[in-house]
Design a protein around this ligand. Structure first.
Ligand code: NAD
Ligand code: MN
Length: 356
């Protein structure tokens, strides 16, 4: 039987609650005659590891992950450690080390979920946001000088390369082409950012020629936020820079009902390295350690993980089980206005996988 090696990195906060829940659901799926098995390895990296060792993960940590088939990640972020230390020391180290340059973020309104847009039905909102995940505003280029003096200066330089923009555009056009509507919106800000974003637009136009069957348009990022709210059905696949897509995808998650539901994949499309799947939410300091976290974002991320492994049928079965569970308001966690706990939602998904 085929065995997939999955690295689990719960990280911090509610990551420690939702990643084990995700593992439980994947185990149940494999045990219910899926035709494959999993070999899980857990890594206790994150804030606790930082307190013990002075870093978020070991220097040779990537070596331990390299031969895994995929990574299931929770969250990096600890109330007692600066956010840029936790983020750069763990999540970005993996994303950048493994050149996971395409960050894919699907958004749908799942059955039973009350989304805030009153004129929007589930069929009006079915998006995938493709986020450039390797450079741009989060390239890490910049610095500080004269620290603490009145003349202090600090820069974060957005850096875009032709190769980097070409590969994310090609990925986004290909993804749009694979979806029924074959429609892509290229998000830009080339009116105000007159160098890199102009190159971004030029490359979008050039790459579009390779995909004559994909309808595409361009939208400025600020106008795009309004369009997401006012005309959600006019959007399908979107591609945006690292920063723009970071913001748009939190908006997308909220419009679909909750940050606790939204999944993401950090993908190396060339499959040189393992790809990494995670809920888009963070450590949720306000509810951590209480068993209140919504695990649905992690479960949906597990669906993306299965799709990436080529296990389409198992992925569809898990998604079906998730949607049956969200359809029942008694199984909603606090973020959705319900009273269910992480363990209740997990048990409900597991039991639906068993009874099939
Ligand atoms: P957050 O996503 O942790 O929380 C925002 C709000 O949403 C909180 O009220 C939280 O309770 C709620 N929420 C989020 N996920 C939920 C879930 N699954 N179920 C129920 N409620 C949920 O964002 P934040 O407060 O901006 O960040 C907290 C920490 O997490 C920071 O250290 C930040 O850097 C980190 N963070 C990490 C990642 C990541 O590793 N991918 C992403 C975002 C934030
Ligand atoms: Mn974010």
């Amino acid at each position: 039987m085929k065995t997939y090696k999955i690295a689990c990195i719960p990280g911090d906060g509610i990551g420690k609650e939702v990643v084990p829940a995700g593992q439980e659901v994947l185990e149940a799926l494999a045990a219910s005659g899926a035709g494959f098995r999993f070999e899980f390895t857990s890594f206790g990296w994150g804030g606790d590891w930082y307190r013990a060792h002075g870093k978020m993960m070991p220097d040779d940590g990537l070596e331990a992950l390299r031969d895994q088939d995929a990574i299931l990640f929770g969250s990096a972020g600890d109330p007692h450690i600066p956010d840029h230390v936790t983020l750069w020391g763990l999540r970005l180290k993996i994303c950048q080390g493994f050149d996971q340059y395409a960050n894919v973020r699907p958004t749908r309104i799942l059955p039973g979920i009350d989304a805030p847009l009153k004129r929007c039905t589930p069929k009006d909102l079915d998006w995938v946001i493709v986020r450039e995940n390797s450079e741009g505003e989060y390239a890490g280029v910049g610095g500080r000088a004269h620290q603490g003096h009145p003349i202090e200066v600090a820069t974060d330089v957005s850096m875009m390369t032709r190769a980097g923009v070409e590969r994310i555009m090609r990925f986004a056009f290909k993804l749009a082409q694979s979806r029924p509507r074959k429609q892509l919106t290229v998000v830009t800000k080339s009116n105000a950012q007159r160098h890199a974003m102009v190159m971004w637009d030029e490359i979008a136009l050039a790459v579009s020629k390779e995909f004559p069957d994909v309808k595409w348009d361009k939208e400025l990022v600020d106008a795009c936020t309004a369009r997401m709210v006012n005309r959600p059905a006019s959007l399908d696949t979107l591609v945006a820079t690292n920063l723009h897509a970071d913001i748009l995808s939190d908006l997308a998650a909220a419009l679909a009902g909750s940050l606790g539901i939204a999944p993401t994949g950090n993908i190396d499309p060339e499959r040189r390295y393992p790809s990494m799947f995670e809920p888009i939410h963070g450590s949720a300091f306000d509810i951590m350690g209480k068993g209140l976290a919504n695990p649905v974002g992690t479960f949906w991320s597990c669906v993306m993980l299965l799709e990436h492994l080529g296990e389409k049928e198992a992925a569809a079965r898990l998604m079906q089980a998730i949607e049956e569970v969200t359809a029942d308001p008694k199984l909603h966690t606090g973020d959705l206005g319900g009273k269910a706990k992480t363990a209740d939602v997990t048990a409900a998904v597991v039991s639906r996988l068993k009874n099939r």
